[in-house]
Design a protein around this ligand. Structure first.
Ligand SMILES: [Mg+2]
Length: 124
C-alpha cells in the first residue's frame, strides 16, 4: 500500500519547496497533506494515521517541538515517522526533540540528497 506524507510549516512557500524537493528526490507518496501549524497537523493526525510527517519547528500557535510531544500521545501516531525540518541547528535542541519522539532532523537550507538520505529508509 502507498505511503502518506504530511508537510507541516507555517510558510506556504516553504511547504511548496519541501513538496517539490520530495518529488524531485524520486520518493513516491500515494497521499500528501499539508498543515500550516502544529494545531492543524494534530487535527489531521487525529483524523487518521499518516506514515511520514515533515515538521517545521518555528511556527505560531504551536511549535514543532510541542507538536511532536502531543503527536506521540496519539494512538494513531505510534507508527508515524516524524522528521523535523528547521533552520534551528543547535545540537541541544536537536537532541531534545529526538528525545521527545522525533525520528530525524533535517536543517534548512537542505539539499535533495539530504531528503533522499533521511526519507528513503522510511519508505521500505
Ligand atoms: Mg516556520
Amino acid at each position: 500500500m502507498g505511503k502518506s506524507l504530511m508537510i507541516v510549516d507555517d510558510s506556504a512557500t516553504m511547504r511548496k519547496i519541501i513538496m517539490r524537493t520530495v518529488r524531485m528526490s524520486g520518493l513516491e507518496f500515494e497521499r500528501t497533506e499539508e498543515a500550516g501549524s502544529g494545531v492543524e497537523a494534530l487535527e489531521k493526525l487525529k483524523a487518521g494515521p499518516i506514515d511520514v510527517v515533515l515538521c517545521d519547528i518555528n511556527m505560531p500557535e504551536m511549535n514543532g517541538t510541542e507538536m511532536v510531544k502531543q503527536a506521540r500521545q496519539l494512538p494513531n501516531c505510534s507508527g508515524t515517522k516524524i522528521i523535523m525540518v528547521s533552520t534551528e541547528s543547535a545540537q541541544e535542541l536537536i537532541d531534545r526533540v529526538i528525545a521527545d519522539g522525533a525520528d530525524g532532523y533535517i536543517t534548512k537550507p537542505f539539499t535533495l540528497e539530504k531528503f533522499q538520505e533521511k526519507l528513503a529508509p522510511l519508505l521500505n
